[in-house]
Each structure stands twice: as C-alpha cells, then as structure tokens.
Write a protein that binds this ligand. Structure first.
Ligand SMILES: [Zn+2]
Length: 110
C-alpha cells in the first residue's frame, strides 16, 4: 500500500511543476528567479535571481562589491544589508529541485 501511494505521488510530479518554482523565502527575504533552458548542457539555469523588497514588492537591485554588499529598492529606496549571498541562494534552489529531468522524484523530499 505504501509503495502504491508513493508511486501515485511520483506520477503527479512533472518537469512543469518545478519550472513553476520561481520564488522562495531564504532568510526572511523573498527571492525570485526564472529558469532558462541551456541546450548545450541540457540543464535549466537560474536567471535573474533577485531579492524582492519587503516594503513594496519590487525587484531589488543587488550591489555586490567587495567592500559593501547590499540590495536596494529602485521604487522606495529601501536597503537591505543582511541577506544570504546569491551564490548560497543558487545552491539552495538547486538543492530543492532535481538535478536532471530523469530524477524528478527527488522533488518528493520537500
Ligand atoms: Zn521597495
């Protein structure tokens, strides 16, 4: 019975499901991105990863200088100094989705 239920759950998942995974909250900040298919490597790459302003919901601009790292909102001038780095976010997102299309059952770990 358990096996049957697992199998059924697995069937519901599809590539489309995780291509809809384009936003998540990491360390109290909402991040958004989109997936772009890379035909050369046959993978989906994360594009336009950016934090969303908690005050006005606008995509924030990342400033990643060595001396000062912050995100600024072009609409309300809100600035965030404390946030996970895009590299970390990238890794977390990729950890949340399957590594390739033949492994879609990995989604079940969420
Ligand atoms: Zn704002």
């Amino acid at each position: 019975m358990l096996v049957y239920r697992f199998y059924k759950k697995k069937l519901k998942k599809s590539v489309v499901d995780w291509l809809k995974y384009t936003e998540d909250t990491f360390g109290d900040i909402l991040w958004k991105w989109y997936w772009e298919y890379n035909a050369l490597h046959q993978t989906y790459d994360i594009q336009n990863l950016r934090p969303i302003c908690p005050k006005c919901n606008t995509s924030m601009k990342l400033h990643l200088d060595r001396l000062q790292e912050f995100a600024s909102c072009p609409r309300c001038d809100n600035e965030i100094l404390e946030f996970k780095k895009p590299d970390q976010i990238n890794s977390l997102i990729k950890d949340n989705v399957p590594r390739d299309l033949s492994n879609i059952n990995l989604l079940d770990k969420n």
